[in-house]
Design a binder for this molecule. Structure first.
Ligand SMILES: O=C(CO)[C@@H](O)[C@H](O)COP(=O)(O)O
Length: 225
């Protein structure tokens, strides 16, 4: 099992102080920055684009930036985020006309890539591209907004995704996003996730270090049980 990674979603950060917020959450022990891109078309919200990713790099952020594209179509923005300094680029299979080609674009640029599955999206989209993905992201809420409740059926879906990853023999990260909190992160880890996106659970707290440490402890407890 991969070492667990905590990826705060900057969707819940104070955008007026974004550089400082990202510095603070990384100094508090976060492993990477989860960067939610929404187009008010594929999802009913509008957020940030490649200029903000580039600005974070210019600000001095060296940690991995995990770009989650909630846009349709995806290919133009993939290229822009490659140029802007993304580390991971994940997208929804329904948002690409040519999933294999979109994955290939990211890989040829030397970045890590992956597919994102909404709560009702079946996992079979990954079946013929397992050799081209580094991450599978299961949405545990319907995408578009922070602060929603974790959909419990995601736990079974995580177990199913974990079986597929293990059967592939490849080192693919299993990320979960939506409603991840300190009181459910243990069972999410036990279901097979190794990469944990949390927005409001971290950014709505005063002490980022305490919540990230608490999350790590609960993951470790779940793994040793
Ligand atoms: O992509 C999304 C929502 O579409 C997420 O990354 C949210 O930003 C997670 O927020 P919390 O549920 O952790 O508050």
């Amino acid at each position: 099992m991969n070492e667990p990674l905590i990826a705060p979603s900057i969707l819940s950060a104070d955008f007026a102080r974004l550089g400082e917020e990202v510095d603070n959450v990384l100094a508090a022990g976060a492993d990477m920055v989860h960067f939610d891109v929404m187009d008010n078309h594929y999802v009913p919200n509008l957020t940030i684009g490649p200029m903000v990713c580039e600005a974070l790099r210019k600000h001095g952020v060296t940690a991995p930036i995990d770009v989650h594209l909630m846009v349709k179509p995806v290919d133009d923005l993939i290229q822009m985020f490659i140029d802007a300094g993304a580390s991971y680029i994940t997208f929804h299979p329904e948002a690409s006309e040519h999933i294999d080609r979109s994955l290939q674009m990211v890989r040829e640029a030397g970045l890590k890539t992956g597919l994102v599955f909404n709560p009702a999206t079946p996992l079979h989209y990954m079946d013929y591209v397992m050799d081209k993905i580094d991450m599978i992201l299961l949405m545990s809420v319907n995408p578009g907004f922070g602060g929603q409740s974790f959909i419990p059926g995601t736990l079974d879906k995580l177990r199913e995704a974990r079986r597929k990853i293990d059967a592939s023999g490849r080192n693919i990260r299993l990320e979960v996003d939506g409603g991840v909190k300190e009181d459910n992160i243990g069972e999410i880890a036990a279901a097979g996730a190794d990469t944990f996106v949390a927005g409001s659970a971290i950014f709505k707290k005063d002490d980022y270090s305490r919540i990230i440490t608490d999350m790590r402890e609960r993951i470790a407890e779940a793994r040793s049980a």
